[in-house]
Design a protein around this ligand. Structure first.
Ligand SMILES: NC(=O)c1ccc[n+]([C@@H]2O[C@H](COP(=O)([O-])OP(=O)(O)OC[C@H]3O[C@@H](n4cnc5c(N)ncnc54)[C@H](O)[C@@H]3O)[C@@H](O)[C@H]2O)c1
Length: 258
């Protein structure tokens, strides 16, 4: 019960990594607000948890971010933890991207963190401190074909996290980034289904074999990292980037003969 009496706001909490993390915070005693655009799934997740609310929030909209924080404070008296996690995957080579494509990707994946942190920080100051974790991706460090704008949005998130961490370190507000590789979530499953409608499971298993641990990462494994970073055990950790990738970034694409 590391988060007994704490209040956590989770964006993108209706599904995937956000949902698993919201549920984990709740299991450890936190009051939880789920901020998402999927009203049906978000309300269902909140309804299944004690001391939980759902707030419709498009993180790309500054007014929605302000409302999510305000409704969290109204419901539970303050805010201690922000898991700023909502994000979308966008594909396309640079010559094919549209203004809408870029606005959407940067609006959700980058500005979403800006707006959520902007309104969370004053509330954390009022509590004497707090913890923020933003979801980046290993795509911020090394990438693949067809995702330049997504990768850039995730790299911008890393720089933002470090900058915010510097501004509030003396106020006991810690800010860290997580950088997952492939995590088995609806996002990953949708990507697999788009490529191979009848073979999504095998494709995900194949992606898993590319990771040194031989499998993709689970949502619960990511949730455990986020909870650690938001716990008192991480009191000296801020401005950090935490890779959770089953060893992928450490691997050189060289194979020794057996
Ligand atoms: N799944 C992976 O392999 C993987 C790897 C690296 C990073 N990530 C990142 O992790 C985060 C969560 O991804 P996931 O795999 O759980 O995705 P997901 O699609 O399974 O869940 C994302 C959630 O965010 C919500 N969302 C989308 N747009 C939103 C908006 N504008 N405002 C508020 N909520 C919004 C969705 O409704 C959904 O509930 C994202 O930032 C993603 O980029 C995922």
């Amino acid at each position: 019960m590391r988060f007994d009496g704490k209040v956590a706001l989770v964006t993108g909490g209706a599904k995937g990594i956000g949902r698993a993390t919201a549920e984990a915070f709740s299991r450890e005693g936190a009051s939880v607000v789920i901020a998402d655009i999927d009203d049906v799934a978000g309300a269902m997740v909140a309804a299944a948890l004690p001391r939980a609310r759902y707030v419709h929030t498009d993180v790309a909209r500054i007014t929605d971010a302000e409302r999510a924080v305000r409704q969290t404070v109204d419901a539970f008296g303050g805010l201690d933890i922000l898991f700023s996690n909502a994000g979308i995957q966008v594909y396309g080579k640079i010559e094919d991207v549209t203004e809408e494509h870029v606005e959407r990707a940067m609006g959700i994946n980058f500005k979403g963190h800006v707006w959520m942190c902007k309104y969370a920080v004053p509330q954390m100051r009022a509590r004497g401190g707090g913890a923020i974790v933003c979801t980046s991706s290993i795509q911020a460090l090394a990438t693949q074909t067809m995702v330049p704008v997504y990768a850039a949005s995730k790299a911008a998130t890393l720089a933002l996290v470090k900058g915010i961490a510097m501004d509030y370190a003396l106020e006991n507000i810690r800010v860290n980034a997580i950088l997952p590789a492939s995590v088995d979530t609806p996002m990953l499953r949708n990507a697999a289904k788009a490529i191979s409608p009848d073979g999504a499971d095998e494709l995900i298993a194949q992606w898993g074999r590319m990771h040194p641990i031989g499998r993709v990462i689970t949502m619960d494994e990511v949730a455990r990292l986020v909870l650690f970073l938001c716990s008192d055990d991480a009191a000296a950790i801020t401005g950090g980037e935490y890779i959770i990738d089953g060893g992928l970034m450490a691997r050189l694409p060289l194979v020794m003969p057996d």
